[in-house]
Ligand binder design. Structure first.
Ligand code: HEC
Length: 246
């Protein structure tokens, strides 16, 4: 190989090119979220966290609750369990959540509307009991114990939990009403697709077999021909290069 291919200048140019492309991509990527569809108006009724609740939210982050508890109720049947008499989540529910704590796992349950499940003084006491000793509440649970938190911190966490979803209007209607319109407007074509598959001509398999057989025959013919040295003159230059480099 030509030595000058790896000359210093070239290495420098490659390095510069890679660095430049990388920084351009990085700049674009870090700017992109600004153009995404983020609502700036909160949902009706939603208010910012009080200092007490904000402190609780911070503890929620610090103690990794988000790894086991999600905060997103989807407009699907299986999530109705977490509605607690209200509607599924909307993007505008999260305007005060930076970063949002939607989570990706439900090892425990979803907390979007937990404040509606445990209300008032009784709810507060119940939540405190769960946090201090989850096994006292659910004997077989594997939720970790948070007894290292002070009473003050438990109170903050509980006031945060009680705030979640508590501001929402009650809602008892159909949950698929809350599906974004771009999902609702997509026609369901499953049946059509099934019919199309069933209506497929049955001669498609014989065609596969015929084409496959032809390919096997052509390949066998080439092999037969090659073994009888019919390609000697095509191979000759390559042979020469390998065995006689000069
Ligand atoms: C390792 C996973 C895990 C972590 C981390 C975790 N939890 Fe849990 N949590 C669970 C599970 C699982 C349950 C459900 C109880 C059960 O049935 O076992 C639960 C239940 C709960 C409940 C009761 C919910 C109800 O409706 O009765 C509350 C409240 C709760 N967790 C709060 C928290 C908070 C606050 C944190 C963070 C400080 C936290 N959890 C961290 C797994 C976890």
């Amino acid at each position: 190989m030509n030595r000058r291919f790896f000359s210093m200048n070239r290495i420098f140019a490659i390095f510069l090119g890679v660095t430049l492309s990388y920084s351009i991509v990085l700049t674009i990527l870090s700017g992109l979220p600004r153009f995404s569809h983020v609502p700036d108006q909160p949902s009706p009724g939603l208010v910012d966290y009080t200092p007490e609740q904000a402190a609780g939210r911070k503890l929620y982050v610090q103690n990794g609750c988000v790894y086991c508890h999600s905060q997103q109720v989807r407009p699907v049947e299986i999530d109705t369990l977490f509605l607690h008499g209200t509607r599924p989540s909307l993007p505008s529910d999260y305007v005060y959540d930076r970063p949002h704590l939607m989570g990706t796992m439900r090892t425990g349950e979803d907390f979007t509307n937990i404040g509606r499940k445990y209300t008032g003084e009784a709810g507060k006491q119940r939540l405190e009991a769960i946090l201090k000793n989850p096994r006292a509440a659910v004997p077989e649970t594997f939720m970790p114990n948070f007894h290292h938190l002070s009473d003050r911190e438990i109170t903050q966490l509980v006031s945060y939990l009680q705030s979640l979803g508590s501001w929402k209007e009650p809602y008892q209607g159909a949950i698929d009403e809350w599906q974004p319109s771009y999902w609702k407007d997509i026609p369901n074509r499953t049946q059509e697709a099934n019919q199309a598959i069933q209506a497929q001509p049955t001669y498609i398999y014989p065609i596969f077999i015929v084409i496959g057989s032809i390919m096997v025959l052509v390949f066998a013919g080439l092999l037969w021909s090659w073994q009888r040295n019919h390609f000697a003159d095509i191979e000759e230059p390559a042979h020469r290069m390998i065995h006689d480099p000069e």
